[in-house]
Write a protein that binds this ligand. Structure first.
Ligand SMILES: Cc1cc2nc3c(=O)[nH]c(=O)nc-3n(C[C@H](O)[C@H](O)[C@H](O)COP(=O)(O)OP(=O)(O)OC[C@H]3O[C@@H](n4cnc5c(N)ncnc54)[C@H](O)[C@@H]3O)c2cc1C
Length: 361
């Protein structure tokens, strides 16, 4: 069985690891010229950990991920708003909630699959389903033909656009941008085993440890359109460490990500011998920090569907039946907003238990 995976991000490479473990001949095509050398952090939940463990990567993952024992929240004057103990989540849910450096995670996955097996510099131009096989054409003039092609080309998926079109991205009217950066943990005054957040209804900023002596901060401010607006919002929060944290962060290392609400869901993932996985299948707002978790679950579900059936159509139907409703539910949860922000929902660690673990994890 020849499988081509378009997109060498978190989802593409995890799916490759899963399918290669079944003896499939898997090739990964990535548009970037090399493995990305930069990246920020990720907050991953027990459902991500269980899927990564299921792909056979427990030791590798545990070695790079920092277990979070608490989620604590403070107001602008430093007063405590909530504290959620998550130290027993490995026993309760089978894996910890963690902070992880995205670059360490993508390097770990690439090494587990085989870095030299990822074909960089391959950007998908077009794709065709030919009944019992699929063909993909790249902008470099090359083509690939396989029994199955997986579109794991991220939130702005070209493959999804060619298959279903119609997915509309609307700038999020409350939090149009997320700003984030990686700094030295010793320079920020936070509990090294916690996610520490500072919240008001107008804006928030959270910090998590991500290993290797690093911490990752991320935040959004209602109505902020520039980094200067974002930084200015926190200037008076002198009873917290935020002004200092922002002050010690080199400006050129701060990443600005526009945030979008997604219309046009749900759409079919599988079209003949082509299917979607990860953000390409379920683009979502990052407010639940579930995008990557859902992506790892897709990769494991796809592997398991093929472990149960060697019939491609049957396996793909089982994969989509298991994953599409669950992922679309998480997309909806992610649209609700954030703690003290839009719709004033519970803190994310509480929402994880109530909305994700209790329903779909
Ligand atoms: C600000 C922000 C914060 C986030 N925080 C979290 C978090 O804390 N926890 C969490 O679980 N999730 C988080 N997410 C979501 C998470 O980043 C994604 O869900 C995850 O990366 C999806 O993996 P993927 O493989 O589907 O896509 P990606 O990781 O985006 O990988 C897609 C790959 O496809 C490649 N590609 C794109 N187009 C083509 C093409 N035409 N041809 C070939 N290759 C192509 C890209 O270069 C990329 O390498 C966050 C997202 C954002 C925007």
């Amino acid at each position: 069985m020849r499988v081509g995976i378009c997109g060498g991000g978190l989802g593409g490479v995890s799916a490759a690891i899963g399918l290669a473990s079944l003896g499939f001949e898997v090739e990964v095509f990535e548009k970037s010229p090399t493995l990305r050398a930069t990246g920020a952090g990720l907050n991953l939940w027990p459902n991500a950990g269980r899927a990564i463990y299921g792909l056979g990567l427990r030791e590798h993952y545990d070695a790079i991920a920092v277990k979070l024992d608490r989620y604590v929240g403070f107001g602008a004057d430093g007063e405590q708003l909530f504290s959620k103990d998550t130290s027993n989540w490995p026993q309760t849910y089978g894996a910890p909630s963690v902070g992880v450096y995205r670059l360490a995670l993508s390097t770990m996955l690439a090494e587990a699959f085989g870095k030299d097996r990822i074909k960089y510099g391959h950007e998908v131009l077009s794709i065709e389903d030919k009944g019992d096989r699929a063909v993909c054409h790249f902008t470099n003039g090359e083509s690939y033909e396989g029994d199955l092609i997986i579109g794991a080309d991220g939130i702005y998926s070209v493959i999804r656009e060619k298959l279903v079109g119609g997915v509309q991205f609307r700038p999020n009217e409350h939090h149009a941008f997320r700003w984030r950066a990686v700094v030295d943990l010793k320079d920020v005054d936070v509990d090294p085993a916690a996610q520490t957040g500072f919240y008001t209804s107008g804006g928030w900023l959270s910090v998590i440890p991500i290993g290797n002596g690093k911490a990752y901060w991320f935040g959004s401010v209602s109505g902020a359109k520039t980094l200067d607006d974002f930084i200015a919002f926190f200037s008076g929060w002198t009873k917290t460490h935020i002004p200092r944290t922002l002050g010690i962060t080199p400006r050129e290392t701060i990443v600005e990500s526009p945030l979008f609400d997604v219309d046009g869901l749900p759409f079919k993932w599988t079209h003949g011998r082509i299917t979607l996985l990860g953000d390409a299948a379920h683009p979502m707002m990052p407010d639940m920090a579930q995008g990557a978790s859902q992506t790892f679950i897709d990769a494991l579900a796809l592997r398991n569907a093929f472990a149960r059936s060697s019939d491609v159509d049957e396996a793909l139907a089982a994969y989509e039946a298991e994953r599409r409703p669950a992922a679309n539910y998480v997309v909806k949860c992610s649209q609700k907003g954030s703690f003290l922000g839009r719709h004033n929902v519970s803190p994310v660690a509480i929402r994880y238990e109530e909305e994700i673990e209790a329903h779909v994890a």
